[in-house]
Design a binder for this molecule. Structure first.
Ligand code: ACM
Ligand code: ZN
Length: 453
């Protein structure tokens, strides 16, 4: 019975998640400053036992993460995942010492969190009347949302595994579901529907209308109550400026605030929300587009996904979470993003990289099985980058991974033959993926966007 042979000691001199583990004559001594450090030590101990046929060699390990944030993002807007599925996901994250669950709760295709003051958000915004996402084309209503109790259940479950859950309320773009529910928030008087297709939509919250800030703050108040952590994600990605350009109220705001253009209006919008959340003890995280105006205050943490890396030289003091589209996006096929590419990506793109995070966007992932295939084992490559200052070679990582696979539930994992395909297979597989995504509705929308530019 191994358990009675494990001795824990608190050592305040160690870092928050750091641990020292020594095994000697079948006994294990673990020092850490926190319970999280204990959990990580135990995960490592399990691996050592597994690799050594359940006998315990004498070792001494000093281990700590490279990055404060090791995240995983799940988009439940495009497809809804049940509480049990979300919890399974979180449990798998914990095995790889990830510590942040980024819950992407709102999208053009669905609003997924109960807000008491605005019940329309779930009554109207959580349901789309039909789906036209790649090959998935039908007229059926599709919906779902989490009640506040369900959100609390997820947050508590993650906490029990030392994982912080942070919400994302995506603003000011990706808000069709919100605008369908609260039409008074849209620029002009356009009628907006919960979207059935994938893509980037022009519908956007009017940033000129003062009342809109009040509504946003009301929503944020309720969401903040459910998530007791430092960070709060407010989106900021893919917010086309066409409607702001045409809207008299937005233009009046630009003038009144002395802003140069619509990109600066987004900076202003994010700064106002940052300030509001700061007063509630929260730090804002935003996708990198919020930097475009050049007037963001330096309070926000920026999640980098698709951008020239040079931009970060201009903002040496911003904290950066790295989620590079070409390396860390789990929704793309292995042919486009082989495991080796994810593992070998150099995440140290700026002075203050505080985290790595693998997002999974679900436009083309209608079920948990497909998600598992895409995320495992690629997710583990990101976790390793977040945890290991001097990463071993890819070959060593792959062979360790293969040796440990028996420890994990690998049902629905990508088979090894898919991890790194040859160049021709990569090209064909990537092309096939994009061709499969196209359907009539999506193509129409793309062409419409190009015409309006
Ligand atoms: C994003 O992929 N729109 C952040
Ligand atoms: Zn407007």
């Amino acid at each position: 019975d191994g358990e009675s042979n494990i001795f824990f000691e608190k050592d305040e001199n160690l870092g928050e998640e750091e641990y020292i583990m020594k095994t000697e004559n079948g006994k294990t001594y673990i020092k850490s400053a926190s319970a999280a450090g204990q959990l990580y030590a135990l995960q490592t101990l399990k691996q050592i036992l597994f690799q050594n046929g359940f006998s315990l060699p004498d070792v001494e390990i000093l281990d700590k993460p490279t990055h404060k944030i090791r995240g995983f993002m799940l988009d439940v807007g495009r497809y809804f995942y049940t509480v049990d599925e979300v919890k399974t996901f979180i449990r798998r994250m914990a095995m790889h010492k990830l510590n942040l669950f980024h819950f992407h709760l709102t999208e053009d295709q669905g609003w997924r969190i109960q807000i008491d003051k605005y019940p329309q958000l779930t009554e109207i915004g959580s349901v789309r009347h039909g789906t036209s996402l790649g090959k998935e084309v039908n007229d059926a209503d599709y919906g779902g949302y989490y009640t506040k109790d369900e959100i609390r259940e997820v947050v508590a479950y993650a906490k029990s595994l030392y994982i912080d859950t942070i919400p994302e309320i995506d603003l000011p773009g990706h808000t069709s579901a919100l605008l369908a529910s609260l039409p008074e928030m849209v620029c002009g008087d356009k009628k907006v529907e919960v979207k059935k297709t994938a893509g980037v939509f022009k519908d956007i919250i009017c940033a000129g209308r003062e009342k809109n800030y009040e509504i946003i703050f009301d929503i944020l108040d309720e969401v903040c109550e459910l998530f007791p952590y430092e960070y709060f994600h407010i989106g900021g990605d893919e917010a086309p400026k066409k409607q702001w350009k045409e809207c008299p109220e937005c233009q009046a705001k630009i003038k009144a605030e002395g802003l140069a253009n619509e990109e600066e209006l987004q900076g202003y919008f994010v700064n106002r929300i940052s300030e509001y959340l700061r007063n509630k003890g929260k730090k804002v995280v935003s996708w990198n587009e919020s930097l475009n105006g050049g007037n963001l205050n330096d309070e926000a943490t920026i999640q980098f996904w698709l951008d020239g890396e040079k931009r970060y030289e201009k903002y040496p003091d911003l904290d950066i979470i790295v989620s590079d589209f070409f390396a860390y996006y789990m929704d793309y096929p292995y042919e486009m993003t082989p495991l080796k590419k994810t593992y070998c990506y150099d995440e140290k793109i700026a002075k203050k990289v505080i985290g790595v995070e693998a997002p999974v966007w679900t436009e083309y992932i209608p079920d948990f099985k497909r998600m598992t295939y895409l995320c495992f084992p690629r997710n583990i490559a990101v976790a390793q980058t977040g945890w290991c200052e001097n990463k071993p070679s890819y070959e060593k990582f792959e062979s360790d991974l293969c040796n440990l696979m028996g420890m994990f539930d690998t049902t629905d994992w990508a088979p090894k033959s898919d991890w790194n395909r040859n160049q021709l297979a990569q090209k064909i597989g990537t092309a096939k993926f994009f061709i499969d995504k196209l359907n009539k509705d999506f193509t129409k929308q793309l062409i419409g966007n190009m015409r309006d530019k």
